[in-house]
Design a protein around this ligand. Structure first.
Ligand SMILES: NC(=O)c1ccc[n+]([C@@H]2O[C@H](COP(=O)([O-])OP(=O)(O)OC[C@H]3O[C@@H](n4cnc5c(N)ncnc54)[C@H](O)[C@@H]3O)[C@@H](O)[C@H]2O)c1
Ligand SMILES: O=C(O)C(=O)C[C@@H](O)[C@H](O)[C@H](O)COP(=O)(O)O
Ligand SMILES: [Zn+2]
Length: 376
């Protein structure tokens, strides 16, 4: 991304959904232009409600709020701002209710626009507030973690957790705009950063064998946050997700369910370990290993896939096993997965690198075996 006299280079990926289409703008060192971009792209904008993760508020939330208030001198914009405590426990009914009350007390109405500044927790939570308040107001995603840049800010799945079921309450509600500035990642700790690489690896396994090969040869660069490899990985991931969501916005045809690879296990890992014990990406890494293990054991894929996936996950500094995994605790939680149909679990399992299938009618013993085999 080379800055020029016209301003920084912007790589745009479009999510094509008819009248709900929107651009994902990927830039570096351009966050000071976000206020202008929001004003230009959203048009009729009189009130912005900015919801930021407390850990990025000072560096990114407040400066954006000030710029928004200053930018439109001809047509002043009222800006309200609040913060949310960092971490998965904030994706709760209590925090959702607090934010709805806050929007109301700030005089929010159907013309208000919610701007989410943070990782997947803030995007999911603030997006659900946007989907719910006054039966839906527009919202903008400004992702500040790698995971949010490559996955959660795109596609319109918003929601919160119930104590025993991850993402169980929510809505499909598309953002009007996604603004990514990779410079924001400079303050992200290594554990949270690496967690985002799990969802990047997911796109390689489910959709794009060539990209998987790229990740194998650039894992070291990505772990070291090499800017060029990072921009490539973010662009490819957003394009894969945009294609899938464009084909099946609400997971009705089954196509979108491929984005759930590893997630039936991952959500049970997050929930049974206690929200916040594992970062989402860490649980997805272990969940993809459990799913690949099931695929080998049921003859759906060969061992080579398993070996390549294991090596890549490990090269990205992510866990591949969970010593405390308890099938008896995980199975009841898995039965609340949103892919369950007619009381039966359905899994996304790989057939080869770049291709997965939805599989129903899996024996419970195969699920238990996969969990136990990854219990090291
Ligand atoms: N909606 C979707 O399609 C979708 C997709 C994938 C994941 N998710 C959800 O996203 C959540 C995980 O997202 P996440 O990994 O971004 O976690 P997160 O939002 O909890 O962020 C991780 C940590 O990084 C901190 N942080 C964020 N940006 C920072 C920055 N720039 N500098 C310093 N610290 C920063 C946060 O305070 C937090 O402690 C999970 O709840 C998961 O279910 C949703
Ligand atoms: O966008 C999707 O569709 C996904 O499945 C992306 C996942 O990475 C993400 O974790 C999502 O929130 C899981 O959705 P859920 O429907 O299983 O709760
Ligand atoms: Zn995920």
């Amino acid at each position: 991304m080379v800055p020029s006299s016209q301003g920084p280079h912007v790589n745009t990926v479009d999510v094509l959904l008819g009248d709900r289409s929107y651009p994902i703008e990927i830039t570096s060192d351009a966050a000071d232009r976000f206020a202008e971009t929001i004003i230009d792209q959203l048009g009729d904008l009189s009130h912005v409600l900015l919801i930021a993760d407390e850990s990025v508020d000072q560096a990114w939330g407040r400066p954006l709020a000030e710029k928004l208030a200053e930018s439109a001198t001809d047509r002043p914009i009222r800006v309200s701002a609040t913060t949310v405590a960092s971490g998965e426990p904030s994706k709760s009914v209590a925090e959702f209710e607090r934010l709805l009350a806050w929007v109301l007390s700030e005089g929010g109405d159907r013309r208000s626009v919610i701007v989410a500044v943070g990782g997947g927790v803030i995007g999911d939570l603030a997006g659900f507030v946007a989907a719910s308040f006054a039966r839906g107001v527009r919202f903008v995603q400004i992702p500040t973690t790698l995971l949010a840049m490559v996955d959660s800010s795109v596609g319109g799945k918003t929601g919160i957790n119930l104590p025993a079921a991850k993402n169980m309450v929510g809505a499909f509600w598309q953002p009007s705009l996604v603004l990514i500035d990779t410079a924001v990642l400079a303050t992200l700790d290594d554990r949270s950063y690496l967690s985002g690489l799990a969802e990047v690896i997911k796109y390689g396994v489910i959709d794009d064998a060539e990209f998987f090969g790229y990740l194998e040869s650039h894992a070291g660069d990505l772990v070291a946050r090499d800017p060029e490899s990072l921009r490539h990985a973010i662009g490819k991931s957003c394009q894969s997700k945009a294609n899938v969501v464009g084909d099946d916005e609400r997971e009705t045809s089954g196509r979108r369910a491929i984005l759930n690879y590893g997630h039936t296990f991952a959500h049970a890992i997050e929930s049974t370990a206690g929200y916040g014990t594992f970062l989402h990406g860490e649980a997805v890494a272990i969940g993809m290993q459990m799913a690949a293990r099931m695929a080998i054991d049921t003859g759906m894929c060969d061992r080579a896939l398993w070996e390549r996936q294991t090596r890549l996950i490990q090269a990205c500094g992510l866990p591949t096993t969970w010593a405390d995994a308890q099938p008896d605790a995980m199975l009841p939680v898995m039965m609340r997965d949103k892919k369950v149909a007619h009381g039966k679990l359905r899994f996304i399992l790989p057939t080869r690198i770049g291709s997965v299938e939805m599989v129903g009618d899996v024996d419970e013993s195969a699920v238990r075996d996969a969990i136990v085999k990854l219990k090291k």
